[in-house]
Design a protein around this ligand. Structure first.
Ligand code: PRP
Ligand code: URA
Length: 208
């Protein structure tokens, strides 16, 4: 599936506040959470439901339910943690793994420093979380790691994506669907997304 961009006036409105340099940590976190909920909603459009029987106060009915246990969210540390609250409020019983990665500031290559995923990860659908898809290096390495553990179905959720990063991920992992709130213009010479929102990790955690 080609990269899916959430195109909606509410998302555009929320992104405008999120991107603004005057938006503080509290509001920034809240907006990342809200947009992540919408991304998760969209990413679950192809979810397979299982038959179920329930009883309403009025009568019994046949219906369908999601087996939430089949899903695992994997935020890429640090910034991906900001998206976790939002997606967990949509699928509260999903499992959670963590991949620690930072971008070397001179080579812009990702460095992996942590990897911990739930047992039986190879049988779950894995939804990777990272607000920024810039060069695509971190996304590609995270997907490589998960595939090396036998994971077969992977989706990648981000808030803002650069065309350069999308192209790289699509070429290396054409089976992974990318969902983003907005595809921006380009990367600058420091490999930051333009216009972007700055450093997502620093803005979520207030580290700068
Ligand atoms: C940011 C972002 C991604 C990565 C994207 O993380 O959260 O993980 O950069 O860049 P790429 O597509 O070029 O690989 P960063 O290295 O700033 O670490 P942090 O989350 O700890 O702030
Ligand atoms: N990481 C960020 O946090 N922001 C960017 O624009 C690129 C990478």
């Amino acid at each position: 599936m080609p990269t899916m961009e959430l195109k909606h006036p509410l998302i555009e409105h929320k992104l405008a506040i999120l991107r603004s340099k005057t938006t503080g940590t509290k509001e920034f976190r809240e907006l990342i959470k809200e947009i992540s909920m919408f991304l998760c909603y969209e990413a679950m459009r192809d979810a397979k439901l299982e038959k179920a029987e329930i009883e309403t106060p009025i009568e019994k009915m046949k219906t369908k339910k999601l087996d939430e246990d089949k899903y695992a969210f994997v935020p890429i540390l640090r910034a991906g943690m900001g998206m976790l609250d939002g997606v967990i409020s949509v699928i509260p019983n999903a499992k959670i793994g963590h991949i620690g990665m930072y971008r070397n500031e001179t080579t812009f290559e990702p460095v992996n420093y942590f990897f911990k995923v739930p047992k039986g990860i190879e049988k779950r659908e894995v939804i990777i979380l990272d607000p920024m898809l810039a060069t695509g290096g971190s996304a590609i390495d995270a997907i490589d790691l998960l595939k090396s553990k036998g994971v077969k179905k992977i989706k990648f959720l981000c808030i803002i994506a650069a065309p350069e990063g999308i192209k790289k991920v699509e070429e290396k992992h054409p089976d992974v669907s990318i969902y983003c709130a907005c595809i921006d213009k380009k990367l600058n010479q420091n490999k930051y997304i333009v216009p972007g929102l700055g450093d997502a990790g620093d803005r979520i955690f207030g580290t700068k």
